[in-house]
Design a protein around this ligand. Sequence first.
Ligand SMILES: C[S@@+](CC[C@H](N)C(=O)[O-])C[C@H]1O[C@@H](n2cnc3c(N)ncnc32)[C@H](O)[C@@H]1O
Ligand SMILES: [Zn+2]
Length: 420
Amino acid sequence: MQILSPLSFNVKKPQIPPSFKPKSHQSNSNESSDYLIERGLKFQVGESFFRHESFTGRDLGVLAAAHYKRSNPELRVLDAMCGCGVRSLRYLAESGADYLLANDANDENRELIVGNLSQIPQFGVQGSKKWVVTHLDANRVMSECYLQKDFFDLIDVDSFGSDSSFLRSAFNAVKMDGLVYVTSTDGFSAGGHQPHNSLACYGAYIRPMPYPNELGLRMLIGGAVREACVMGYNVTPLFSYYSYHGPVFRVMLRVNRGRLSDMRHYGFVSYCHGCGNSQAFTWHELGKIFCSNCSAKPSSGSLVVSGPLWTGPLHDGAYLAELLELAQQWGWIGDGIGLDLEKLIKLMIGESDPELPFGYIKIDQIAKRAKVNSPPIRSLISTLQKEGYAVSRSHIVSNAIKTNCPMTTCVTIAKDHYNY
Ligand SMILES: C[S@@+](CC[C@H](N)C(=O)[O-])C[C@H]1O[C@@H](n2cnc3c(N)ncnc32)[C@H](O)[C@@H]1O
Ligand SMILES: [Zn+2]
């Protein structure tokens, strides 16, 4: 019997209106107006805040929305901080959103947003509005939707800095089993340079550790887990994406009713500067934190502890495999546009192995401790796998691995195999 994956049904390419015929895949201009083209869609950015580099984050959001629509009767999207409206346009044209609310607090962007969205007919076949543009504070627009019981399937909050006040409003306004796409651009907090700020915003005291950008994602997910818990909900990260420009930390969360009963993945992490060992601790182990390798304690100064934050998987591998299949069906794989989406999603799938702990180890750090030249990453991965460890690359740092092999064992293996 042939088994078809759910994505084998109803394969539809994004519907691109005729007026969007692509001229190129990047920026473009003509004599009357400057415009950009992303995935074949034409739009203007005017004076609004727009980053071409956020392209991959938009691709992932659009894929997730289209994937959602395949198994749900409708797709209502709230783009709470839409800027020029490019992602609103993409949710309509590519994900097939049935209704989209594009909001940006800056009403000077109105003409621009309306101009960009006007390329999609504003009214559907039954005369109902397909898209609406507002200029309210994001918290207000989401709270008003909640009060009016006007719930959304996907809420995208493309915010700046570490403003986490949007989490609760977004969870209020999203449908159960719906998606919330959140952002942080606070690299200082992720790097442990503003522990009081990370504590205020995400409830996590973050100290400097050698995998700051993964901690940035975990801090954001942890903050969302906590906010969801307050409301009697639980959230699951479907994918977590770090991008160096900004930097930008983005996480797609699925929201469900029912408080998280198992706090296994919401806890503390430690890093030992002495031996390089990293460990996770549950709430039950508070007060018993020490380095299991060299016995250093936090009071020794060499053991740093951060948390509470998300210590579980950053992504759902099966879900990402479905997004990859969808990207392939849409011809987005190997098309040479932007970052290599296939490579990114495959790296994320590798990182989803539940055997892998938080953090990553830079190859240079292993080599430095082992006093050998840095081994080639592929060779080291294969050696560790032969030794029985789970290993993947990291989508965050190209010259690093994620592994359940402790640093001290990595060092021994490097000395044994790469001492030439
Ligand atoms: C990162 S930009 C959005 C970029 C856009 N999503 C994209 O993909 O190109 C953030 C936008 O949020 C708007 N903004 C800032 N604070 C806001 C708030 N409290 N409520 C609503 N919009 C806000 C800004 O005017 C800005 O256009
Ligand atoms: Zn140690």
